[in-house]
Design a protein around this ligand. Structure first.
Ligand code: HEM
Length: 154
């Protein structure tokens, strides 16, 4: 069993829970115009840490598995096969962009002058990152070859 893949698969739920928590509380905060609290910093920090771990595991899967090998040997063939292209290019690239948005977002929030601005920046950066993550997860309803289970099978 590939334990890195099992952890990568499970950890998606942590990423989603912390991401939804951060984005929903930012929506609530923008509407109610409330202060930026310690809990806002916590949800955003947990979202970032879970994304960092996911990136690390993803990179391990990518470079120790067959995906990088395939890209090195025949990129043309990879690009022609939708399932191979998905994991070798699209999933990795878009998730790295989402990860970047989370990091840039957190530093933009730190640099914001007002609490209202902090909430708005959280909403925009984390909102787009969460959307990208949701779109790029290989959900069971995706085409055969891309689709993966909701939970790892033991
Ligand atoms: C928030 C970020 C990410 C999430 C939520 C995520 C989620 C997932 C999920 C749910 C799977 C399917 C696991 C399974 O088979 O059950 C998967 C597979 C995979 N992910 Fe990610 N991923 C993320 C980031 C990344 C990154 C940044 C990379 C690479 C740079 C990456 C590389 C891979 C690879 C190579 C697989 C393939 C697996 C295989 O060989 O079957 N992931 N990812």
């Amino acid at each position: 069993m590939n334990y890195t893949l099992v952890i990568h698969s499970m950890l998606r739920w942590a990423v989603l829970i912390f991401g939804v928590w951060a984005v929903l509380s930012a929506i609530g905060a923008v509407i109610s115009k409330r202060d930026y609290r310690n809990s806002d910093n916590k949800s955003s920090l947990f979202f970032m840490i879970s994304c960092d771990l996911q990136l690390l595991l993803g990179l391990i899967l990518y470079f120790t598995g067959m995906w990088f090998e395939k890209v090195k040997t025949d990129m043309g063939a990879v690009m022609k096969d939708p399932a191979e292209r998905y994991f070798a290019v699209e999933h990795a690239l878009m998730m790295i962009i989402a990860w970047l948005l989370v990091h840039v977002g957190r530093s933009m929030v730190k640099r914001a002058d007002t609490d209202a601005q902090k909430h708005k920046r959280t909403l925009i950066y984390f909102g787009i990152a969460l959307l990208l993550i949701l779109l790029m997860i290989p959900w069971p309803f995706r085409p055969v070859g891309i689709a993966r289970q909701l939970f790892p099978q033991f």
